[in-house]
Design a protein around this ligand. Sequence first.
Ligand code: B16
Ligand code: MG
Length: 223
Amino acid sequence: MTKFADIKGFVFDLDGVITDTSVLHGNAWHQLADSLGVSWSDDLANGLKGISRMDSLEMILKAGHKENDYSQDQKVALATQKNDNYVAEVNKMTPANILPGMKAFLDDLRDKGYQLSLASASKNAPRVLDKLQLADYFPQVVDPASLTHGKPDPEIYTKGAQLLSLDPAQCIGIEDAAAGVQAINAAGEVSLGIGDAHELAAADMVFADTASVTLENIAKRLG
Ligand code: B16
Ligand code: MG
C-alpha cells in the first residue's frame, strides 16, 4: 500500500470535486430529457456523473427506449443544444462557486510543492477553471478529445500522471463519481472519493465533503 510520503502529485476531477457543475450538467440534461419525453430520475442523474457528453446522451435515450429514434447528426444536434444551455450557466460562474475548502486545499498543495493535473471528462473544463480563476493551478490538463475511452476506463487518469512525469502510484486521484473512482483504481493511483461512502465504496478513502479534504486528513488515512 502506498504511503503518504510516496505521494508527489494529485490528479483532480473537476465537476463535483472543485466545483458543483454536476448540478448545472444535471439541469441541462433534465431539460433535454423533458423535451424528448424521457422521464428523469435521481439514478439517471447520478449515473451521468463523469460520463462524456455523447455517452450521457446515449444513456438518457436508452433510459427512454429511444436510442434508435435519432440519426447520428440529430444526436450531435441534441448534445449541442444541451451544451449551449450548460455553457450559458457556466458563463455566470465566479470564484464563489469553488466548493468549500477546495481553494485552501489547492493553495496548500501548491505551497508544499505537489504537482497538479486535471482529469476531467468535460470539454468545457478550461472555461470552468477560467471562470473560477483557477487556471494557474492547473498548467497540465488532460484533453478529453485525445481519449479513446471515457471513465471508468483508466486512460484519463493514466494520462493525468503522465503529464506530471510521475508513476501512477505516486499520485492521488480525486473523484466524486463511482465511474471515476473505478478509473483511478484501474490506473494504479490512490483513489480519494468525495461523497456517499456506499456509492464510492471502491475508493481507498472516502470523505463526506470537500471541506474535509485536507493534507492532514489524507496523511492520517494513508499512514
Ligand atoms: P462536457 P468530470 C464530466 O466532468 C461531468 O461529470 C459529466 O456530467 C459531463 O457529461 C462530462 O464531464 C462531459 O462534459 O459536456 O462539458 O464536455 O466529472 O469528469 O469533471
Ligand atoms: Mg466529477
